[in-house]
Structures are given as C-alpha cells and as structure tokens.
Design a protein around this ligand. Structure first.
Ligand SMILES: Cc1ncc(COP(=O)(O)O)c(C=O)c1O
Length: 384
C-alpha cells in the first residue's frame, strides 16, 4: 500500500541553466501561453479569423480530453465530433469526409501519447479547401530541434502541465508553421501574478516532486477530495502569455525530457510481445508509430471485462496503470450542450472501455514490469 507509482510523473526541474529552447524554425512563429488549452483556443481563433465565416466549425475525435471542447467554446467554434477507426486512435477518414462542409474552418488531429495521426490522409481530404490542420500534441513531445520540424500540420499545440511530457506547473505553446496565418495572430496580455501566485509557483515543483515519488504517492491518492486521474469539462476563462517564472524553467525541462531513455518502454514491449493473444499492443499496430517516445504505453484488452480485471490487479500492485479518459466526449458532464455529433461513436466507445495506459516514467522498476507480466498471465481472452 505504501509503495505506489503514478500513471505519469516526470519530476519538474526547477533549475534554469539551459539555453533557450528552439521550438520553431526562423520563419515560423511561436506563442508561449498560460496552458495547452489556451494554446489550442488561440490556434482555433487564428483558424476562425483566417476563414472568416459566421458559423465556424472544427472537426475533432470523439474520444479525447474535454479541454479540446473548452478551447473550441472559448474561440467561438462548434466542435463536430467524429468516430475513430476500430482499435486505433485515428479519426475515421470516412466520417471526416462526411462532416466537412462550408462552415469547417479547422480539423484537430490528436497525437495520441506518441502515436501521430494520419496527417497526410487528412490533408488529402482537405484538398484545396481553406481548412486549417492543427496537431494537438499535448501528450507528446518530440526530440528534434527545432521542435516544430517533427510536425507537418499548419499549427501545433504543446502543453507543459503537470503529468505532461515536459512538466511545469502549467503552460502551453502554439507553434505556427504556416506563414499564411501570421496576419491573424492576436496579441495576448501577460498573466497577472499576485505575491501568493508567485509563492505558489515556487512551492509547487518541490511539493509535486515529493508527492509523485513512490513512497508518497499513496498519500496523494488517499487525500480527501483528491481528484487524481478524474476527467472533467472545465471552462477556459482566459488566454494570456506564459508567466516568466515558468518560462525560465522551460528549457531545462525540455532538455531533460529529450534526453530520457526508453528502457521502460522497451521492457513493457518485451512483456506485451510474450502475450499477443491477451493484449493488443497499440503502438505496434499503428502505421504512423515509428518508435517515438511514449508518455504512457497504451494497450487494449480483449474485452471491457478483462480490462477491469487487469486494471484492478495492476492498481492493487501500485503499478501506475490507468484507464485514461473514462468515456467518449459526449458522455462527459457539461460537454453535450456544446457539440454536434452525428455518429454514435461505436469504435470510440469500445476503445474507451478496453484501454489501459502503463507508466513509462523514471519511477517504474522491475517490480512493476513483473506485476504487468503477472496480471497478463492471469488474464483471459483473445484480442478482437
Ligand atoms: C489532448 C489534450 N489537449 C489539450 C490538453 C490541455 O492541456 P492543459 O492541461 O495544458 O491545458 C490536454 C490536457 O490533458 C490534452 O490531453
């Protein structure tokens, strides 16, 4: 009970010795903002300004973080949800094609924990239409410098929230790769920080690093009112520039993440390869995955029931397994009133019920890898 690891949890580094990060190439633009949600809202504002239509819509996947809905609502766009393809995190190309219309100003492609979307196929659907393609990479951070060279969309969203690849107490970035959009970039004011905000920002990193350590994580889990791992729809109130305290620490946290080795990820893969009939190794079945570093290792169990059994065993072992987002977006309280969804989302619903993410961070040890082996050995069933 007293030795448990978190599903995600790279410690926050509070040193600022590294040179400034190279996020974009010379001809590109970058906005450092107060959160990933704010960065996505800024991207959608730009897309909307660029298309200049009275009822702008953005196409998004039906299984994702509800923050993407908050961003669209803030920017004044209607989110139009589409299903994913069976057993993959990719948006259905048929559904995208069916919902593109004269109001579509943007398509949001999610990078699913390190598995990129099929950007080229989506581009083909867009053709010559004035639709902006945005990659939401809140859950993945590449190793390249400039960071933008790992992407091929018009804009890219990054998040620096707690539990993200590059962890800070908060923050996000919008990388604008397509120079045609530059005239539509708004100017945002800086976040106003009170004395207590500054104190809090300085206190969070050491406290967070202690609480995500294996010896104290159980305490965080058992705190009354702890909302760990819960997914909520939260309204976005404001876009502002990233505060200077977080900005100073960005470079060092990027450097550390880019240098992290992939030992744990490889050890997990070795276990998964031993049980191909019991677990569906998602990255290995996705053509767009090419060995990228995974923030969490996503796998599908054969049925919802076997997912619950394996998850319970791993949680009991304190091994940091998580169900990730609990359900499709329309089922999350507060979302339904903001969206248009013509699809029943059968594949996204199935995906949500069978998914488990396994931790890949630095606190994973052989004990946790062994717990995974044991849970899979005990489980039943054939992957669909
Ligand atoms: C896919 C995705 N987009 C956007 C966000 C929002 O990022 P932030 O928490 O920095 O606002 C998240 C947050 O988890 C996310 O998972």
């Amino acid at each position: 009970m007293f030795h448990r690891i978190a599903p995600v949890g790279n410690p926050i580094s509070w040193r600022h010795s590294s040179p400034p990060p190279t996020l974009v190439a010379r001809e590109e633009r970058c906005l450092l903002l107060n959160s990933g949600t704010a960065a996505l809202a800024a991207a959608l504002e730009i897309a909307s300004e660029y298309a200049n239509l009275p009822k702008p819509e953005v196409i998004m996947p039906g299984y994702a973080c509800p923050d993407i809905i908050s961003a669209a609502v803030f920017a004044g766009l209607t989110p139009v949800l589409v299903d994913i393809t069976p057993q993959h995190p990719y948006m259905s190309l048929q559904e995208i094609s069916a919902v593109i219309n004269h109001n579509t100003v943007a398509i949001l492609a999610l990078n699913f924990l390190g598995i990129p979307e099929r950007i080229e196929n989506i581009r083909q659907l867009i053709g010559e239409k004035k639709i902006v393609l945005i990659e939401d990479s809140a859950q993945w951070f590449p190793d390249t410098n400039p960071v933008s060279s790992s992407f091929s969309t018009d804009m890219v969203v990054l998040s620096f929230g707690k539990g993200k690849p590059v962890s800070l107490p908060g923050g996000g970035a919008l990388l604008i790769r397509n120079s045609e959009l530059n005239n539509h970039i708004k100017t945002y004011s800086s976040e106003k920080l009170s004395f207590f905000d500054r104190l809090k920002l300085r206190a969070i990193p050491p406290l967070y690093n202690c609480l995500i350590s294996p010896l104290l994580y159980w305490l965080l889990e058992s705190m009354p009112g702890s909302k760990l791992g819960e997914t909520h729809y939260d309204v976005l109130d404001d876009i502002s520039t990233m505060n200077s305290i977080q900005g100073k620490h960005l470079a060092e946290n990027i450097r550390r993440y880019q240098q992290r080795d992939q030992t744990t990820q490889l050890a997990i893969k070795e276990v998964l390869d031993t049980f191909p009939e019991k677990v569906y190794d998602l990255p290995s079945h996705c053509n767009s995955y090419n060995g990228q570093r995974l923030l969490r290792y996503p796998v599908l169990l054969p049925t919802a029931a076997s997912r619950e059994t394996v998850l319970a065993e791993l949680i009991n072992a304190g091994a940091g397994a998580s169900p990730f987002y609990p359900s499709v977006l329309p089922s999350i309280t507060g979302v339904a009133e903001h969206i248009v969804c013509h699809s029943a989302l059968p594949h996204a619903t199935d995906f949500a019920a069978r998914l488990i993410t396994l931790p890949t961070h630095t606190n994973v040890t052989n004990r946790h890898i062994f717990a995974l082996k044991s849970a899979l050995k005990d489980s039943q069933g054939q992957p669909a």
